[in-house]
Design a protein around this ligand. Structure first.
Ligand SMILES: Cc1cc2nc3c(=O)[nH]c(=O)nc-3n(C[C@H](O)[C@H](O)[C@H](O)COP(=O)(O)OP(=O)(O)OC[C@H]3O[C@@H](n4cnc5c(N)ncnc54)[C@H](O)[C@@H]3O)c2cc1C
Length: 283
């Protein structure tokens, strides 16, 4: 197996064009597991770890741009104020060792429906920056997933960054697993309330072939939240929101949980997270 190790973004993109079957490796927390289990034997690995352009984050024009090799640990430590939902989700990923290596771009590259970064990215209308020798494009995360572990990435493309709008309002993330830590989600849910735009974004994890949005729940909450009065959230509203989120899921029965359990858990998580978020608004 060849090991390609570019030190600039141009070089990385050129190598990906020349070796389209080379597997990019960021933190390696998914790739190395697959190699170790012999589930994958690519002709080459394309290590992105030395590409300085991919290693930082910045806030610009109301958006946070997170480079493709920024690990979860950095998001937890440095971005909790501006991206609370993504920081909460990042905190639940694996163990400290996995968070020190693993990246949001790697989560997108794997495109597993159970990836913890997807729900908050969906809820906040994040965008994925993608580059190749043909040029760069921006893909709304809501259009990024194509099926279980499949995305719109072409064979010659690399993810260069994820851009997340800074929302004016509370965000929450919840995850159900078979234990409290170091666990793949049985299902997960993120909500992002935007007090300026008066919108509510949602993201559902591990309850469908791809990460999903609950569009009807978003529309219902945008209409029913007491934006003007800032009154406490009526129980009927949070319950209906939970039901609509559960109805948007497309779960299956598998070793981690049944479809019925996932729908039930999602309705509870959605009800609770919206309630927690609105309580933050009340202060
Ligand atoms: C013990 C353990 C626990 C884990 N727990 C969790 C968990 O709780 N929650 C969770 O969501 N995940 C978990 N994971 C999975 C993994 O840590 C995450 O999916 C992580 O986000 C992967 O990031 P990475 O940088 O390590 O990706 P890598 O392994 O480097 O890459 C993953 C995939 O993305 C592709 N890729 C990487 N970077 C790019 C790029 N810039 N452009 C194009 N493609 C790219 C790779 O080719 C590969 O297909 C766990 C893994 C382990 C081993």
């Amino acid at each position: 197996m060849d090991f390609l190790q570019p030190s600039t973004l141009d070089e990385a993109i050129g190598l990906k064009a020349a070796h389209q079957d080379a597997v990019p490796i960021a933190g390696g927390t998914d790739v190395m597991v697959e190699l170790n289990f012999d589930a994958r034997r690519p002709p080459a690995l394309l290590d992105l770890g030395r590409v300085a352009e991919l290693g930082g984050w910045e806030v610009r024009d109301g958006h946070v741009r997170i480079g493709a090799t920024v690990p979860y640990t950095t998001i937890v430590a440095e971005l909790g104020d501006v991206l609370p939902g993504l920081a909460m989700a990042s905190r639940t990923v694996g163990s400290p060792q996995i968070r020190n290596r693993g990246t949001v771009a790697g989560n997108l590259g794997s495109a597993s429906p159970a990836g913890d970064a997807h729900p908050p990215l969906l809820a906040t209308t994040a965008e994925v920056e993608v580059s190749s020798v043909r040029g760069s494009r921006t893909v709304p995360v809501r259009e990024f997933y194509r099926g279980p572990k499949r995305s719109v990435l072409a064979a010659d493309e690399l993810i260069t960054a994820v851009t997340v709008p800074v929302k004016k309002g509370p965000q929450q993330f919840a995850k159900v697993g078979t234990r409290n830590a170091m666990v793949i989600a049985v299902c997960s849910f993120a909500v992002a309330v935007d007090l300026e735009e008066r919108t509510v974004g949602t993201g559902i994890g591990s309850a469908g072939p791809t990460p999903l949005r609950a569009t009807e729940a978003e529309e219902f909450a945008a209409t029913e939240l007491p934006w003007e009065s800032r009154d406490p959230l009526p129980d009927t509203v949070s319950r209906e929101f939970g039901q609509l989120v559960a109805a948007a899921a497309r779960p299956i029965d598998d070793v981690r949980g049944s479809a019925d359990y996932r729908r039930h858990a999602l309705s509870v998580m959605a009800r609770r997270t919206l309630g927690w978020a609105w309580r933050e608004v009340l202060g």
